[in-house]
Design a protein around this ligand. Structure first.
Ligand code: SAH
Length: 240
């Protein structure tokens, strides 16, 4: 167990994140909690259950290089599922407030329990569909950072995520490889929604090319027109 924590500490350091004992302990508690919960509720695939550190913790932390741990960001994570990247972000960004959103109640119930279990006080959990929440006054264009990991293709998730950003805010999409074509296809959507593509950060979560990943960064440069996001069936049928 300590071996995993030591690796996590080194890995985080590569991304300019300093994990003290208290934070490492939170990651350890979270990992144990997922394993236990996963015995009755499917959150992490059985293939991945022994790779939580490599596949989920390391990956979630890759965003560290772009963040200042002392800043007070307002962050919203769309489609948080089993808590990635939202719980790792809440652990490392103690001064920020993070919001987890998922449309599946069993996922948001889990995140709430996990957050209590590891004593996180800077997290809100909302059971809602992103496309509905993004039309609400208190959520629309109110966040500095929106994250999404494994939520869908870039054009579709741009419509779900960019409306939450305040001007100047950043949408960070965690993506596996072969992102170039997806990015081209999302170009129009990003523009219509008021975003501008601002770069890709490529990294590996293990010394193995199967673990190559990308963070796509999109900055909000103009207000999102009121018509977006559309309802989910419209988004699925044809992306912008
Ligand atoms: N981010 C997590 C989970 C990815 S799975 C991870 O990286 O492991 C995608 C999650 O998004 C699922 O839990 C699903 O319930 C949720 N989801 C899908 N569409 C959504 C929508 N329109 N609004 C909110 N949540 C959504």
């Amino acid at each position: 167990m300590r071996e995993n924590l030591n690796k996590l500490k080194i890995y985080a350091k590569n991304f300019d994140i300093d994990l003290n004992e208290e934070k490492l302990r939170k990651f350890e508690l979270f990992e144990k909690f997922i394993r236990e919960y996963n015995t009755h509720t499917n959150l992490v695939s059985t293939n991945d259950i022994n790779l939580i550190y490599e596949k989920h913790f390391f990956d979630s932390l890759s965003f560290g290089k772009m963040l200042n741990p002392e800043s007070k960001y307002k962050i919203i994570d769309i489609g948080s599922g089993g808590g990635f990247p939202v719980i790792p972000l809440a652990i490392i960004l103690e001064k920020s407030i993070v919001t987890a959103v998922d449309s599946t109640k069993k996922k948001t119930d889990f995140i709430e329990l996990a957050a209590k279990h590891i004593n996180l006080e800077n997290i809100n959990v909302i059971n809602a569909r992103a496309e509905d929440l993004a039309q609400k006054e208190n959520y629309r264009e109110k966040f500095d950072i929106v994250t999404a990991r494994a939520l869908g293709n870039l054009a579709q998730i741009s419509e779900l995520c960019i409306p939450f950003l305040a001007l100047g805010g950043k949408f960070i999409a965690y993506k596996a490889t072969k992102i170039k074509q997806e990015l081209e296809e999302a170009n129009n959507a990003i523009k219509i929604l008021g975003g501008k593509y601002t770069g890709i950060f490529e990294y590996n979560i293990a010394a193995d090319e199967n673990f190559a990943r990308n963070l796509v960064s999109i900055t909000k440069i103009s207000t999102t027109p009121k018509d977006y996001p559309r309802n989910f069936s419209a988004i699925k049928k044809k992306h912008l």
